[in-house]
Design a protein around this ligand. Structure first.
Ligand code: DON
Length: 315
């Protein structure tokens, strides 16, 4: 593990940018909690956190940075990393794809327009296909490996929330329909209902903004978790993960995000968003109210401010 010098000039700038973004956006209104999953509708909408973790392992936080929230779609990233590391990036690419759908994250139409094949692991169809590609002997083995990968990315033993999971398992009919369409198209690589069940569980683990920034920092640090010091994913796989984030990580706002912020990002309907500045740091933010695309309103604004203040945009 690298020893961070919290007093370096760059760390002083980062701390100031995190505090300023939090102060600027803590009273922002706009957006609404996800309502299609009962648990998410019930979370306190005023929660707000900003966190940065750098590749030298220094951590900067503001607000509710240790409050746990549901990982949701951000799990798509870690399951992609696991499946890709097992079957290789070329096989993963040919089976799941890398293009934006231009449609909602749970769009059935996007599948219908492409012969029931997923285009991207960052939308539900491709994410469930990724879950089905994990090499596992049974459902529990698939789940154990996925949870382990999430825990390695965060450097902490994550837990499933029974409350979130049961709320989601009871309402995941739309995803079950998508899984059967994938099965019909030959793009589901285990029993489709097993894939939905495990995908739903993988969305139901609880993380904090610090965990999320650590996940991002692991990608910024070429696949090594800068806090635990452990290699989580091979460095040659990291560009593929970042490319998928850039193309579809913010759903139908991915292009706007690339244009304005210029960093690979990933969001979840639990209110978390993470952006990666390769080689330097990751910025995470959490707040439950979402825009129409499913991205946290305050988290996007805070991350954009930090990225601008630190001049992190890649383009
Ligand atoms: O598949 C679902 O509906 C959720 N469990 C996760 C979706 C999600 O986070 C999409 N988000 N922005």
């Amino acid at each position: 593990m690298a020893i961070a010098d919290e007093r370096s000039p760059r760390n002083t700038e980062i701390a100031a940018a995190v505090s300023a973004a939090y102060a600027t956006h803590r009273a922002d209104s706009g957006g609404a909690n996800a309502s299609y999953i009962p648990y998410l509708a019930s979370v306190d909408s005023s929660l707000f956190a900003v966190a940065v973790v750098t590749v030298d392992g220094s951590v900067h936080v503001a607000g509710d940075s240790h409050v746990d929230f549901a990982i949701e779609s951000i799990s798509k990233l870690t399951t992609m990393a696991l499946a890709m590391s097992q079957i290789g990036p070329d096989a993963f690419h040919s089976k799941v794809g890398a293009d934006p759908t231009g449609m909602a994250f749970n769009s059935v139409m996007a599948l219908e327009m492409h012969s029931d094949l997923p285009l991207s692991p960052m939308v539900n169809a491709g994410a469930m296909a990724s879950t089905s590609l994990v090499v596992a002997k049974d459902a529990e083995d698939r789940w154990r490996q996925i949870l382990k990968m999430q825990s390695e990315f965060t450097g902490r033993d994550l837990q499933l929330s029974e409350v979130v999971n049961s709320s989601e398992q009871q309402t995941n009919f739309h995803n079950r329909a998508i899984a059967w369409l994938l099965y019909g198209g030959g793009a589901m690589h285990c029993d489709p209902m097993e894939a939905v069940e495990i995908y739903t569980r993988q969305c139901s683990t609880m993380i904090s903004a610090v965990d999320l920034a650590t996940m991002g920092a692991t990608l910024a640090f070429d696949g090594v978790n800068p806090v635990s010091g452990a290699r989580v994913v091979e460095s040659e796989l990291v560009p593929h993960l970042l490319a998928e984030m850039m193309m579809e990580g913010m759903y139908t706002r991915s292009g706007d995000w690339a244009y304005t912020v210029g960093l690979p990002g990933k969001s979840g309907v639990g209110g978390g968003v993470v952006a990666v500045a390769p080689g330097e740091l990751a910025i995470a933010a959490f707040s439950p109210p979402l825009d129409e695309a499913g991205n946290s309103v305050r988290a996007q604004a805070a991350i954009a401010d930090v990225a601008t203040a630190l001049e992190l945009g890649l383009f």
